[in-house]
Design a protein around this ligand. Structure first.
Ligand SMILES: [Zn+2]
Length: 61
């Protein structure tokens, strides 16, 4: 299976959990951290949130 040859750049792309939109790296000068902001819905995810999500995946509603 070699159908994904053109995906080199997208390998590093982050997509929004909510809408699947493209997320761009953005620096929060207030907190002095880097995070990801969705260009579609504006959702913001910082590395701390991502870490918590990994620890507790799909906890259910
Ligand atoms: Zn989004």
């Amino acid at each position: 299976m070699k159908t994904m040859m053109v995906k080199t750049e997208q390998d590093q792309a982050v997509h929004c959990d909510r809408c699947g939109g493209l997320m761009v790296l953005e620096r929060l000068s207030d907190l002095d951290i880097d995070g990801w902001r969705c260009v579609v819905c504006g959702d913001f995810v910082d590395p701390i949130i991502l870490t918590h999500r990994r620890e507790r995946p799909e906890a259910g509603c």
